[in-house]
Design a protein around this ligand. Structure first.
Ligand SMILES: [Zn+2]
Length: 230
């Protein structure tokens, strides 16, 4: 079997995903702390990405209060945009965004996406529960901002056939995974690279560069070995 190479086609996109920045102000889930980065590290990583934003898309998951306190002003300073994937059930809780914060993100030109009602993996739900995560959470976010929510990111990056079917039939324009490979710019299912505390500006630059060169089938094989937080 031959390996299909994609070269550096502009139709490829590298989706880079951040989570919490600075000091957490809520209890973290098991395994989550690795995906928090210090403010200094975050700013250095963002500066690296700002060097060349061509083919790179940013997202920020989980709706932590650092989204508005640190990430938003840093993005605006650099003329950058991101999609913020918010967990509805966390809104207004200590350490998480308030509803006013979410409106501020959208008013500042950022995109809002659904990251579930509860942040439990969507693979753990039956059909009725999945409806709450996929449909009701999206509706709640749309009511909050008065704008349609067209994208979702899978909590913990986990999915199966039933999850994909539910998101498809809900009409999402794009569904984001955490599969650590580049994505086709027009693909409905988009992989992302989650930044963790061990990522440096140099390694991030290399991830972006290599992802654009990574043969798709090699990337898929790597996924089975390296799952990441979302
Ligand atoms: Zn998440």
């Amino acid at each position: 079997m031959s390996i299909i190479t994609n070269g550096t086609s502009p139709r490829r996109r590298v989706n880079v995903c951040f989570h919490g920045v600075g000091r957490p102000r809520r209890d973290l889930e098991p395994g989550e702390s690795r995906y928090w980065v210090s403010e200094d590290d975050f700013l250095r990583l963002l500066d690296e990405l700002a060097e060349d934003t061509n083919g790179v898309s940013l997202s920020v998951d989980d709706g932590n209060v650092s989204d508005v306190e640190i990430v938003l002003p840093a993005l605006l300073d650099r003329g950058m945009r991101a999609t913020f994937f918010v967990v509805v059930d966390r809104l207004g809780r200590p350490g998480s965004l308030t509803r006013t914060d979410v409106r501020q993100l959208v008013a500042s030109g950022m995109t809002l996406g659904n990251h579930g009602w509860t942040h439990e993996p969507w693979t753990s739900f039956d059909d009725e529960e999945l409806e709450r995560e996929v449909l009701e959470a999206r509706a709640a976010l749309s009511v909050l901002t008065g704008e349609a929510v067209r994208t979702a990111a899978l909590p913990r990056g986990q999915y199966n056939r039933a999850v994909l079917r539910a998101a498809r039939s809900a009409g999402y324009a794009t569904l984001f995974t955490s599969d650590r490979q580049s994505a086709s710019a027009d693909s409905w299912l988009q992989a992302r690279f989650s930044v963790h505390s061990g990522v440096t500006p140099e390694s991030l630059s290399r991830i972006v560069r290599d992802a654009n060169r990574l043969p798709r089938r090699v990337g898929s094989a790597m996924n089975t070995l390296r799952k990441s937080w979302s």
